[in-house]
Write a protein that binds this ligand. Structure first.
Ligand code: BES
Ligand code: MN
Ligand code: MN
Length: 477
């Protein structure tokens, strides 16, 4: 091996000193970070609910103000046909690589509110966890990066890399306006690597880097059997019941072995590689604990695949919601006039959301009897994403995680979706590094969402190290 010359050694030593300063700063400021994050979490930026549109905007403005405070330049809100994008950058690291950091400041709705142990928008610490909507998904994780940037700028007056911070307010509603924006602003967003923290660690104490996400197609089915609800005695038996028809249709969507029955659904599915199956089988996944943690009597899924394979590498179809007829207390003899189902499909490489939506709609038309009127509405979608994990920037991230968490990360894929990731890959032609510090039991999208505070603080260190590792990566030369 070649020994580095004196100039390189000096640069490295300087870098080590500046990193020590940054680490000191982060460790000294933990209490302030927590208070600031609580302020961000107090804004109910629920993108799905029109009555919260003003809160979403207020949150974008809060993020912009914070980005200015930490020292980013050119900070601005960018209006879209939906909720605003927040942009800011720091581009004075001459010759160093450029990171495009992406995250979202919008959150999911909070219902059912009565299941929250503390109010969702009053962040509360219990047992080392911070409970609030958005704590893990994704405000807390976005905030880690803002604090890592702040630490570098406060202590060293510079960052080791150039960075463009790009936050959106519509991720939880499918990033519907983002693809067009990214494609139209390719050169403004140009970077060497995309960095995202919007996923979970493999397990408590097991940090991970995610190299694949599933895609998504989301549809709504409406059935109408009569103009209004009818007396079930006077009409039942002679008029189709949309609730019953809907149940029969749903029952035809998957077979007993857990395979989706929509014709052509699997045509473009990339098979799992033997190497991947072996690597996942070696991960510390405890199926029994998984069942216990979530109160699952027995696992279900596509025959021939392990749980991790079913979650990460196989497509699926789920009913997200069902509505029909009388659901109040007591009994009401009624023949429902309508029935509705929300159905989504998670996709894997190389399935195409538009093509799958076409196949799904055609299948619904085929299995719907003439006794009901069928409407299929397409909501949002997103393409699946996968990248190789031997890219030097992935390795840089692995070193940053090892330096901060004290353990090398495992490489995982995830079942969830972040629609814009594949758009970044395609439009900007650069790799994405997904390093998240959430946990499998973080309750994202559910009551009592939480972020482990230890992971939050260590995540700030990891982000700060990541910038430095990316700057010194062989890919940066
Ligand atoms: N952060 C999640 C995505 C995610 C979930 C990544 C689990 C890794 C593991 C993101 O905020 C999310 O919830 N995405 C939605 C996308 C949809 C609304 C288009 C999802 O996956 O349902
Ligand atoms: Mn998220
Ligand atoms: Mn989410």
């Amino acid at each position: 091996m070649m020994t580095p010359g004196p100039a390189a050694a000096r640069r490295r030593a300087q870098a080590d000193t500046s990193m020590d300063n940054v680490i000191d700063f982060i460790n000294l400021n933990r209490e302030r970070y927590l208070e600031e994050l609580k302020a961000l979490l107090a804004i109910p930026s629920i993108s799905a609910l029109p009555e919260h549109a003003a809160d979403v905007r207020r949150c974008a403005e809060w993020c912009a103000a914070e980005m200015r405070r930490v020292g980013l330049d050119h900070v601005k809100l960018i209006d879209t046909p939906g909720h605003p994008i927040v942009y800011g950058d720091w581009l004075a690291a001459d010759g160093a690589p450029t990171i495009l950091f992406y995250g979202h400041y919008d959150v999911q709705p909070v219902d059912p509110l009565e299941l929250w142990a503390s109010p969702p928008f009053e962040a509360t610490v219990r047992d080392g966890e911070l409970y609030a909507r958005g704590a893990a998904d994704d405000k807390g994780q976005v905030f880690m990066h803002l604090k890592a940037i702040e630490a570098h700028l406060r202590r060293n007056n510079r960052l080791p890399v150039n960075i463009k911070v790009f936050l959106e307010g519509e991720e939880e509603v499918g990033s519907v306006h983002l693809d067009d924006f990214v494609r139209a602003h390719r050169s403004d967003l140009a970077a060497d690597v995309v960095v995202i923290s919007d996923s979970a660690m493999f397990d408590r104490g097991v940090p991970s880097i995610c190299y694949g996400l599933r895609g998504l197609v989301y549809c709504q089915i409406n059935l109408r059997g009569s103009r209004t609800d009818l007396h079930s005695g006077s009409f039942g038996g002679a008029v189709a019941n949309p609730a019953f028809v809907l149940a029969q249709m749903i029952a035809q969507m998957k077979d007993r072995r857990g395979r989706v029955k929509v014709p052509g659904f699997y045509a473009d599915v990339r098979p799992l590689e033997a190497r991947e199956r072996e690597a996942w089988a070696a991960l510390p996944f405890n199926e029994k604990k998984f069942r216990k943690d979530f109160g699952i009597p027995r696992l279900a899924g596509e025959a021939g695949y392990t749980t991790l394979e079913r979650l990460w590498a196989r497509p699926t179809l789920e009913v997200n919601g069902l509505l029909s007829g009388f659901t109040g207390e007591g009994a009401k003899t009624v023949l429902p006039g309508v029935a509705m189902a929300k159905i989504s499909m998670r996709l894997v490489p190389d399935q195409d959301p538009d093509k799958i939506a076409d196949l799904f709609e055609a299948y619904c038309r085929k299995i719907a009897p003439k006794t009901v009127e069928l409407t299929v509405t397409r909501m949002h979608g997103g393409r699946p994403w996968m990248t190789s994990h031997d890219h030097p920037y992935m390795q840089a991230a692995a070193r940053a995680i090892e330096r901060s968490f004290g353990r090398r990360p495992v490489f995982t894929r995830e079942g969830g979706s972040i629609p814009v990731v594949s758009t970044f890959q395609e439009a900007l032609g650069v790799p994405a590094v997904l390093f998240g510090v959430g946990l499998p039991d973080e309750n994202a999208h559910a009551p009592n969402e939480k972020l482990d505070l230890g992971n939050f603080y260590t995540g700030i260190l990891a982000a700060a190290c990541l910038y430095e590792e990316i700057a010194h990566s062989p890919a940066a030369a």
